[in-house]
Design a protein around this ligand. Structure first.
Ligand code: C2E
Ligand code: CA
Ligand code: CA
Ligand code: CA
Length: 278
């Protein structure tokens, strides 16, 4: 039985034992890092599809581990979600993002800041008042903050989450549906979503012009979004040819290595000034 198997492993498998031990240490380190606000944000530019002007950035979490070096979110977000740390981690990210946005605004850099929220963060009834607190404290126009929630999280969302999203929008904050296309969302559902933006997932962008179905879906998503007045951002744009095709379909915004990788704040400032000068 499953129970016996578990017991067997916990008692006798030295390899799994070592993994569990390493995981436990990593969780402790992560807890420590979050408590010390030692999670860094990198910023990936989002550009206008036609003018290529920088419209905003997406804040992406990075963890500089004292021994293991740079750890990517794919390795620690899930760990945080599974160990009841994502609420606190999410707050650190929100605060740092708002603080950075305020700092840039003071330097005359007027762009939006997009922040990723884990669906688990919606279990916190204080979430919206915390977001409001940071907006007020750092004196940010609410419409310059964009919250990204994945399509799959929205599909599974309950009544309470729906209500919180409404409150968020009433604050003036923008809502983006992240990883659009991966959640097998029916297009008609967009009509009932109060979203301002949808972000076409990289897996779709990768297959443009290579896969007929993907190409057709992407074309109709962009056209429907336009009719519904929803902004479309294409994620993971790496090739000139992808950009050209997306421009032809009148996609609004681009994000991807073709323009820039995520950058630490000082590097972003340099990139921003160079990019805007050309
Ligand atoms: P995401 O929200 O879909 O973010 C986009 C990811 O695609 C980022 O990976 C970005 O570096 C990568 N990317 C952007 N353009 C390109 C490209 O042209 N080519 C390729 N190969 N990759 C590209 P990253 O930073 O590793 O983040 C991975 C995921 O971790 C994010 O996916 C997001 O789901 C999650 N994440 C990151 N930061 C946070 C956070 O603060 N909170 C939460 N809840 N999740 C976060
Ligand atoms: Ca995102
Ligand atoms: Ca995404
Ligand atoms: Ca993604």
């Amino acid at each position: 039985s499953r129970k016996d198997t578990e017991q067997y492993y916990t008692l006798f498998d030295p390899v799994l034992e070592a993994h569990a031990e390493a995981d436990k240490r990593l969780i402790d380190d992560l807890k420590h890092a979050i408590n010390n606000k030692d999670i860094d944000l990198y910023y990936q530019p989002v550009v206008d599809a036609n003018s290529k002007a920088v419209l905003g950035v997406e804040a992406l979490a990075r963890w500089h581990h004292p021994e293991q070096g740079l750890i990517m979110p794919i390795k620690f977000i899930e760990l945080a979600e599974k160990n009841n740390l994502i609420g606190q981690l999410g707050e650190v990210v929100l605060e740092k993002a708002c603080q950075q946005l305020a700092q840039w605004r003071a330097q005359g850099i007027d762009i939006f800041m997009a922040v990723n929220l884990s669906p688990i963060q919606f279990n916190d009834p204080q979430l919206i008042s915390k977001i409001k607190y940071y907006i007020d404290y750092y004196d940010i126009p609410a419409h310059r903050l964009e919250i990204e929630v994945t399509e799959s999280a929205l599909l599974e969302s309950n009544h309470a989450t729906g209500h919180m999203l409404e409150e968020l929008i009433n604050l003036g904050v923008r809502l983006a549906i992240d990883d659009f296309g991966t959640g097998y969302c029916s297009l008609s559902y967009l009509k009932n979503m109060p979203a301002h933006k949808l972000k076409i997932d990289k897996s779709f962008v990768d297959e443009l012009e290579l896969d007929k179905t993907t190409t057709a879906i992407t074309r109709s998503v962009i056209s429907l979004a336009r009719e519904l007045n929803i902004t479309v951002t294409a994620e993971g744009v790496e090739k000139e040819s992808q950009m050209k095709w997306l421009q032809e379909q009148q996609c609004d915004q681009f994000q991807g290595y073709l323009f820039s990788r995520p950058l630490p704040s000082d590097k972003f400032c340099l990139w921003y000034k160079q990019h805007n000068a050309t």
